[in-house]
Design a protein around this ligand. Sequence first.
Ligand code: GDP
Length: 456
Amino acid sequence: MNIHGQDTIVAIATAPGRGGVGVVRLSGARALDIARSLVGERKLTPRMAHFARFCDAQGEVLDEGLVISFPAPHSFTGEDVVELQGHGGPVILDMLVAACIAAGARQARAGEFSQRAFLNDRMDLTQAEAIADLIDAGTAASARAALHSLQGVFSEEVNTLVEALIGLRIYVEAAIDFPEEEIDFLSDGRVAGDLREVRAQCLRVLQEANQGRLVREGMTLVIAGKPNAGKSSLMNALAGFDAAIVTDIAGTTRDVLRESIQLDGMPLNLIDTAGLRDSADVVEQEGIRRAYAEMRKADRLLVMVDSREGPVDPADLHALLPQSQQQLENLDLPVTVVLNKADLSGLNAGPRDDGTFVISAATGDGLPALRDHLKAAAGYQGEGQSRFSARRRHITALEEALAALDNGEQQLHGHAAGELLAEDLRAAQKALEEITGAFTADDLLGRIFSSFCIGK
Ligand code: GDP
């Protein structure tokens, strides 16, 4: 099957590096022909593993392994798919891909296998995104949530909402088409009741999606304060609670130190400000400019103070930050002020009335309250609360749908305006359908799939 008239694509499906086995995947109308040009003319029983030698066009043996065919439509992409399972070395796998290309395949673009699966109705857009999220998951909780999205839990919620909206639209549009009865239709209570219910449902899905996003992306915290206040000690103490997971976060510059740990299943990305200093060096200035650009995208600023310094005014950031970090004041982030070294100052550990937190990074006193505060500030309700994973794109669409429904309620109650209500319901449905891809602009598709890696 090749319903979109596309080329046959090929890519390495396994992770870069060395391993016992490496998989090269072909998808498209010519996948079987191309595979046969490597393994020789032979019968390939669907979904059966056959041992084979993989040869190039000159007949030279490149590797040996297994070949498995998945004829359309029973494959990941919905097209003819063939997997060549060779030895997992980068050079061997590159040679296999090159042999497939010489035989007529084209190198797959990032996310192209998943995109074809979506275009061939093998999955909707949230499910395709869930594959990428599952592969990228940094915590067990986010992997679980992504798997649920892949299994359609999130899509089902959205589809149920869309169904309810369509029911409501039919009723309202009928009221408009039969104007003599419009007043009765709109004021008989059913529209208002159904609208209230759809809105409540939309809000619930939005809240759940937000938990799903937090489990995936977590919260980013900039840790600032004067030298020796205990910033590194806090980062270590927070990390020490759970086994620390240190990850390389793609796209961060060398100048920004980031560490990712978990707070009860929510990733907490910590950005260290140690690299910020006053400098005349052009290269260093550029690094610092980038560090600030990165920090601008954070969710919160945590300012550490040595509690032996005496009483502080948490609103006076200027006094709490060293000279080299004064620019943090302009980032406009919400701030948490933490007074450290309670064991030395004698202050009681825990939250204070002025909103600050007293802790001892050395003894761990006051840390549970600080952790709870950070989770609450992010809106995170705990590991069990995220049934599915979600992305910022989904949250935005749900917020748009909710705003349209709110508008619709105003039109109904304020002006009894059927046409305007119908328009709002249409807008809400369109926003929701962008989530699953039932309605999607092409450029959005391009953006989503190009963020995947090759071979997915
Ligand atoms: P940074 O410069 O802000 O990163 O500060 P550090 O985390 O390196 O801490 C500076 C010094 O203070 C180190 O010697 C730490 O061991 C010590 N320190 C940090 N937190 C505490 C604390 O809560 N109690 C005590 N007694 N010492 C601490």
